[in-house]
Design a protein around this ligand. Structure first.
Ligand code: PGA
Length: 247
């Protein structure tokens, strides 16, 4: 199965200049990596500029004077970190799936534990968002920390296997350097597969770094990784992407 690596920048960095710099470093560092879907999810406000940067790199074939292969930054996919379930209208502060799609995003992270915690998103709200994202051709990366949160997928009308990804992110392992025991993560992966079949890519997320990355992909059998804190360090992120090639 294809492998995936997702950079969840969360509410970082603070300036557009830093965001473009980070994206450029990731593009440069991963230009020779094939067969892995690299998905960068910046804050909404940077998406447009990063999309422009991406195409500039792709069109000119050059980045900071370094020749890029045609599959350079062009193959990095962009994703949103969230979206609303309505398409447009009087919903102050919200961003719709169709806006993300029109901005060139292929993916959207939904159900992240930080949104469940701080924005009080429920499984029902997340289900509506997943349906809405699927309806415009965005691929949801659905984050869960327990199996019951996936029950909601069974209610999705236009549910089509292969159009979404699941990220198992145990709550107690997010953002604190305490990654999950790969054996426990593997048990969860197997349970998810039993429930939903083997054609859904299942990613692991929670304190992934370049040292522990292969434990989840090679040893525990995940199809990829969702990376938060470490995705802000281009060199570490690139190292992890390289680890996936050999996992
Ligand atoms: P972390 O975040 O890698 O910083 O633990 C993962 C996530 O929240 O998606």
């Amino acid at each position: 199965m294809k492998k995936f690596i997702v950079a969840n920048w969360k509410m970082n960095p603070e300036t557009l200049t830093q965001a473009k710099e980070l994206f450029n470093l990731v593009a440069e560092g991963t230009k020779n990596i094939k067969n892995i879907e690299i998905i960068v999810c910046p804050p909404f406000v940077y998406l447009s500029a990063i999309q422009d940067t991406k195409y500039k790199i792709q069109d000119t074939g050059y980045l900071k004077g370094v020749a890029l292969r045609p599959y350079g930054a062009g193959k990095i996919q962009l994703g949103g970190q969230n979206c609303f379930y309505e398409t447009n209208g009087a919903f102050t502060g919200e961003i719709s799936p169709v806006m993300l799609k029109n901005m060139g995003c292929e993916y959207v992270i939904l159900g992240h534990s930080e949104r469940r915690k701080y924005q009080k998103e429920t499984d029902e709200i997340i289900r509506k968002k997943i349906e809405s994202a699927l309806s415009v051709g965005l691929k949801p990366i659905v984050c869960v920390d327990k199996l019951s949160q996936l029950e909601t997928l069974k209610k999705i009308d236009n549910w089509t296997i292969g159009k979404l990804l699941v990220a198992y992110e145990p709550l107690e392992c997010i953002g604190n350097g305490k990654a999950c025991d790969p054996k426990d993560a593997e048990k969860m992966r197997i349970m998810i597969e039993k429930e939903f079949g083997r054609s859904i890519p299942i990613l692991y997320g929670g304190s992934v770094n370049s040292q522990n990355a292969k434990n989840y992909v090679k040893t525990a059998g995940f199809s990829g990784l969702l990376i938060g804190g470490v995705s802000l360090k281009a060199d570490e992120f690139v190292k992890i992407a390289n680890t996936l090639i050999y996992s």
